[in-house]
Write a protein that binds this ligand. Structure first.
Ligand SMILES: [Ca+2]
Ligand SMILES: [Ca+2]
Length: 286
């Protein structure tokens, strides 16, 4: 099996890469080599470790794979090019250069694909989710929390989550924080007792100590949920426009288009919703 690249970070620890996704690792200066699972069958032309744990291999068809645990796990990165890379050199865990086809393209590449970040968030009731942007003005939740004043904030991360710590909320109480059994990218923070006093304010929900399946830990992730009951059109004030929009949807079952009009969150848009909105007229979010 032809081998093309080699990288040693000490006299004993080294890695070689070669054809058909082959990666071999030694921890005794080359007396013994263990085959690692690269996750690719592409020919690998070079490998570079910046320390004993962090390494990147590159090769055929724009292949870039990296590891943060000495090669126990290799993860495929999106390079955005079909061109083959022939050389790679990393100066630290996150910064490196790969050189490849088409007149020696130089690319600064980031091995930090394994970095854990919050990608998006939403306030979810049943099948209906209101997006909660992570930057700029907060999203606006206009639906009632019902008798227990419950809300669920779903945080979606870029990687699969394996454990969560605790969660907190600036208004109301956190009942639980759980990984979504249907999709491990998602963490649900269940809130209760989000009382009337929380209305007309942006509630900050924070989850702590989130760990992914790559060994990364995120100390905390936060998102703001603007709570303005009855703000059907989400423009941060409850007025006639909200009332009229709900009036137009009256008699319908809640669906992806009209669900914000169902402010009582009972799946139907009725006179109760319209009455509810009228009672909230004049309220606003800062
Ligand atoms: Ca409005
Ligand atoms: Ca309703």
């Amino acid at each position: 099996m032809p081998l093309h690249g080699v990288s040693f970070t000490s006299a004993s620890e080294g890695t070689v890469a070669g054809n058909s996704g082959t990666i071999l690792r030694t921890t005794d200066g080359g007396s013994h080599w263990d085959i690692q699972r690269s996750g690719t069958t592409a020919h690998l032309w070079d490998v570079s470790f910046s320390d004993a744990n962090n390494g990147t291999a590159v090769g055929e068809g724009g292949t870039i794979i990296n590891t943060t645990d000495g090669g126990t796990h290799w993860v495929t990165q999106e390079s955005g090019t079909p061109n083959t890379f022939y050389d790679v050199f990393f100066t630290d865990a996150n910064n490196g250069t790969a050189v490849g086809d088409l007149g020696m393209i130089r690319r600064r590449i980031d091995a930090g694909g394994a970095q854990l970040t919050l990608a998006s968030a939403a306030s979810v009731k049943g099948a209906f989710a209101i997006n909660l942007p992570l930057t700029g003005p907060s999203g606006v939740e206009d639906r009632s929390g019902g008798s227990n004043k419950k809300y669920t904030v779903v945080m979606t991360f870029n990687q699969n989550i394996v454990s969560v710590g605790s969660a907190s909320s600036t208004c109301g109480a956190v009942q639980s924080i759980v990984i979504d059994s249907a999709d491990a990218h998602r963490v649900k923070v269940n809130l209760v007792n989000v009382a009337h006093g929380c209305n007309e304010s942006t509630i900050i929900v924070t989850a702590d100590n989130i760990s992914d399946d790559q060994g990364n830990v995120l100390d905390s992730a936060s998102v703001g949920m603007g709570l303005l009951l009855g703000d059907v059109n989400g423009d941060r004030v409850v007025n006639q426009s909200d009332y009229h929009e709900a009036q137009m949807n009256k008699g319908q079952k809640a669906d992806q288009q009209n669900f914000r009009s169902d402010v009582t969150a009972d799946s139907h848009i009725t006179s109760s919703d319209i009455q509810f909105i009228r009672q909230q007229q004049g309220t606003s979010l800062p």
